[in-house]
Design a protein around this ligand. Structure first.
Ligand SMILES: Nc1nc2c(c(=O)[nH]1)N[C@H]1C(S)=C(S)[C@@H](COP(=O)(O)O)O[C@H]1N2
Ligand SMILES: [Mo]
Length: 348
């Protein structure tokens, strides 16, 4: 394991972010993919003979499937960029509660698994089915012993949700949910339950701590439960080279980054070196896949010595533009402000 390479924010539970250097490639290697946990990562891989996945609730025929049975269903491979709702929290101008992520609470992988829709179709949906909840078997930490259970809309479950058992061509690593996790494509990490053991089809959204008290955008004095649930990943561009504090000589500087748009497609990335007065288009490099980030580059001819602020602003295929500043909320979710992601360097 490349534990040394990670920026560890807490060990119990383990929360660690990917250093910026590892965000420069389209695929984020499993060994340096960010870790976000509410509970305890299981101590070892569960023997597949002991693991089953149940599908229950508002279904005609409840299922209790072995790994082999799932493995025999049609396999799909999709790329998907996963981002924690709280990523970039520490870059907000006003402090927000939670792990102090910089930009490394995100990664892109190629995932193998089955469509959730195939299981739901097999089980047969009842009229009252409107939401789908996922339960992980990780042991909760803390005295309240609250299980990590999250639900998504039936629409998302049927259109674009994967049950993944492979990550970048390997069996799903233990810390990323072995043997299987949910992946609501283009949605934030909290919607992607690891160590999956139970799928419940519900009439309403699941009610519980991880649905009602967290992963919602709310303001001070507001009831958390009335805040918007974090679903789709927000349009955002990150600069991965140069990095803040770099001292570089006058001359061409190659600026690298990645942009992602959740369920939408990244259409363009513009850079500004004059605090947002003028913008120049970056060029894209590498793969362009639904749900996955796009790498970009720009060769900047640095005009003069001194301090420079680099800004990157993404636009998506639906004409939306990344906001210049983030919208603050108590838990600091969804920070996608252009300015918050600006990189200050020195030309010497
Ligand atoms: N069972 C379980 N699934 C979980 C979590 C968890 O604590 N327990 N954390 C969620 C959150 S908040 C995120 S951001 C992603 C992180 O996935 P990763 O650790 O594979 O990067 O997993 C999600 N799935
Ligand atoms: Mo998260």
């Amino acid at each position: 394991m490349d534990k040394k390479k990670m920026r560890i924010m807490s060990t119990r539970p383990r929360n660690a972010e990917t250093p910026v250097a590892y965000l420069r490639s389209w695929i984020t290697a499993n060994s340096v993919f960010f870790d976000r946990n509410q509970g305890q990562i299981p101590a070892r891989k569960i023997p597949l003979s002991k693991w089953k996945l149940s599908v229950a609730g508002e279904v005609c025929q409840p299922l209790n499937l072995t790994f082999d049975q799932i493995y025999r269903l049609p396999k799909v491979i999709v790329s998907n960029t996963l981002e924690c709702s709280g990523n970039s929290r520490s870059l907000l101008n006003k402090k927000a509660r939670g792990n102090p992520w910089t930009i490394g609470g995100v990664g892109n992988a190629v995932w193998g698994g089955i469509w959730l829709r195939d299981l739901l179709t097999k089980a047969g949906l009842k009229e009252a089915a409107h939401h789908v909840a996922f339960e992980g078997f990780d042991k909760p930490l803390g005295s309240a012993q609250i299980k990590f259970i999250r639900s998504i809309s039936l629409e998302k479950a049927l259109s674009s949700t994967l049950l993944a058992y492979e990550m970048n061509g390997e069996p799903l690593p233990l810390k990323h949910g072995y043997p299987m996790r949910a992946l609501a494509l283009g949605w934030t990490g909290a919607n992607c339950v690891k160590w999956l053991r139970k799928i419940m089809v519900l009439r309403q959204p699941f009610e519980g701590f991880f649905m009602d008290q967290v992963y919602r955008a709310y303001q001070k004095g507001q009831e958390p439960k009335t805040g918007a649930v974090m679903t789709g990943i927000q349009l955002k561009s990150i600069i991965t080279q140069p990095v803040a504090g770099d001292n570089l000589p006058v001359g061409p500087v190659t600026v690298l980054g990645a942009a992602y748009a959740g369920e939408a497609a990244v259409a363009r990335v513009d850079l500004s070196f004059d605090n947002g007065k003028s913008w120049q288009a970056a060029s894209f490099i590498g793969p362009y896949e639904p749900y996955a980030w796009r790498q970009w580059q720009f060769v900047w001819q640095v005009p003069k010595k001194g301090e420079h602020i680099l800004l990157a602003r993404a636009s998506d295929s639906e004409g939306r533009q990344q906001p210049m500043n983030a919208t603050w909320n108590v838990l600091g979710y969804g920070n996608n402000g252009v300015r918050e992601h600006g990189v200050i360097i020195q030309i010497v």
